[in-house]
Design a protein around this ligand. Structure first.
Ligand code: BTN
Length: 237
């Protein structure tokens, strides 16, 4: 694995998108700060003193759908080494004490075929002040656990685990899904979600053996794969 580090760049995802042709698969781009950090759904990702990196994957892959769950698994099991318990909020967020501490952004580059995948991870390590709508929703490892974690060491540990898990995943694409199911933040919570461009409210029953979310809605059980549903930010127990 090759690491490219910057103090400040616009976005580690963008860097890999713009340079994928000349870089090897599994190159990791890391930055201390981003000036145009990208979040999901076109949002911006604001950082303070956090862990920001992206991994380039230039390989054909059959099960792209579950990749963000896999990366979530790798991050959760790495945090467990530091005695930090976390949950995954399907499909992309890592939560501690009901607050989001980490987001995962999967992007791809297509020409006439899939050229590469880029896995971007923003993990709040040391941020202690969140503004606006983030106040109640986001937090950091420091705020939630009071642990001081070495950023470089965490980067190496998480990226090694992601690559290790990815190599297992290529042959055994469901090996981690029991863990995901047992560490699902949304299970038994009521969620608002958008499916086929309509808004619904339902109760999450769990994550199935394929990584789909199961939602009970008006007496029906909807089994939805990532990409088909967007959960609004609202949920209640
Ligand atoms: C989310 O919206 O939850 C996903 C956030 C992903 C942020 C990371 S930070 C490193 C990488 N570079 C970016 O521009 N975004 C991702």
């Amino acid at each position: 694995m090759k690491y490219i580090s910057f103090d400040t760049i616009p976005s580690t995802n963008l860097y890999l998108k713009e340079n994928y042709k000349t870089l090897d698969s599994f190159t990791v781009c890391h930055a201390n700060h981003q000036t145009s950090g990208r979040g999901r759904l076109g949002r911006t990702w604001i950082d303070n003193d956090d862990l920001l990196f992206s991994i380039l994957i230039k390989e054909e892959l059959e099960n792209v759908q579950k990749l963000s769950l896999l990366v979530g698994y790798s991050i959760m099991r790495t945090l467990k080494h530091y005695e930090i318990d976390s949950l995954i909020k399907w499909p992309n967020d890592i939560m501690i004490n009901d607050k989001k501490i980490c987001g995962i952004l999967l992007e791809s580059v297509y020409t006439d075929k899939l050229e590469c995948l880029i896995i971007g991870v923003g993990l709040n390590l040391e941020t202690t002040i969140f503004n606006g709508e983030l106040i109640d929703k986001a937090s950091s490892i420091r705020l939630e656990t009071n642990k001081e974690i070495n950023k470089e060491e965490l980067l190496i540990n998480i990226t090694n685990n992601i690559i290790e898990d990815y190599n297992i995943y290529k042959n055994e694409s469901c090996f981690f899904l029991d863990y995901i199911s047992n560490h699902s933040f949304l299970t038994n919570k009521c969620v608002l979600f958008n499916y086929n461009e309509k808004d619904y409210e339902g109760k999450v029953i769990g994550i199935d053996k394929e990584g789909n979310i199961m939602i009970e809605c008006d007496g029906d059980l909807l089994v939805i794969s990532s990409g088909e549903v967007s959960l609004t930010n609202n949920y209640k127990s």
